[in-house]
Design a protein around this ligand. Structure first.
Ligand code: ACO
Length: 214
């Protein structure tokens, strides 16, 4: 079943995400954000997750009959950027690997907000979605996305947004009739020497921003 995450769930949700998302989200995996085989974490990503949404009553977890978390979806209200400049929290990020990810997310943000058409809209962002490897391909992610849309509508949001770094989340957005508003192929997102910054494993080839009018 699906439950709304509250602040008391924070530690067990983070534990779940450390085990799965931190290691197997396509970008995290491609740059080995978390060193393999170690009981380590990425404090900057933990902070990002916490900023996203343990207290807004808009994030969800799927729980098995035995009470174990099998899926997590963290949502957050989208901030309207004051400018297109790289924000201070990205410039000052000391973790060079995580900074690469923040920069790609900022690149997507700029592209989505380019003409200011969403400036006055209330938008809920799907920021993190993760399912236990043993439960994948069984509709858990789709259920969490469906419930998010219901909640967002009830709370008066105008749009839902998701930046999909995984082809599987992109599939879900297509199925829920989201509109693709920006796409960059990983091979075209390059550093100053023209080398791709991320080369995720197949079948992930692009980061795609989707939006759905509610
Ligand atoms: N191979 C092929 N297709 C797959 C696979 C697979 N291994 N896994 C899921 N799919 C397809 C499903 O067939 C379905 O497509 P359909 O609607 O056309 O039938 C779609 O992906 C969604 O399937 P679900 O079963 O609802 O998704 P699941 O519960 O497996 O969760 C998720 C998908 C969250 C992406 C999971 O694979 C995961 O945790 N991956 C690692 C973390 C990650 O990449 N997160 C997303 C990053 S983007 C973001 O967070 C906004």
């Amino acid at each position: 079943h699906v439950e709304i995450i509250n602040k008391d769930d924070k530690l067990r949700v983070l534990k779940f995400l450390r085990r799965f998302f931190f290691r197997d989200e396509p970008l995290n995996q491609s740059i080995q954000l978390i060193p393999e085989g170690e009981d380590s974490t990425c404090t900057e990503l933990e902070q990002y997750c916490s900023n996203a949404s343990f207290e807004n009553n808009m994030s969800l977890m799927a729980v098995s009959a035995s009470g174990t978390i099998v899926g997590v979806l963290l949502n957050g209200k989208m901030d309207n950027p004051l400018s297109n400049e790289e924000p201070e929290y990205i410039r000052s990020c000391k973790n060079t690997k995580f900074k690469k990810i923040l920069r790609l997310l900022h690149h997507l943000d700029k592209s989505v907000n380019m003409d200011g058409r969403f400036r006055d809209s209330k938008i809920l962002e799907v920021r993190i979605i993760s399912v236990d490897t043993n439960w994948r391909g069984r509709g858990v992610g789709t259920t969490l996305m469906g419930k998010t849309a219901e909640m967002a509508k009830e709370q008066g949001y105008h749009y839902l947004r998701a930046d999909c770094t995984s082809v599987f989340t992109a599939k879900m957005c297509e199925r829920f009739s989201y509109d693709q508003i920006y796409k960059i192929n990983y091979k075209d997102y390059v550093d100053e020497d023209g080398k791709p910054i991320f080369s995720p494993a197949s079948p992930h080839v692009a980061a795609v921003s989707y939006i759905k009018k509610l």
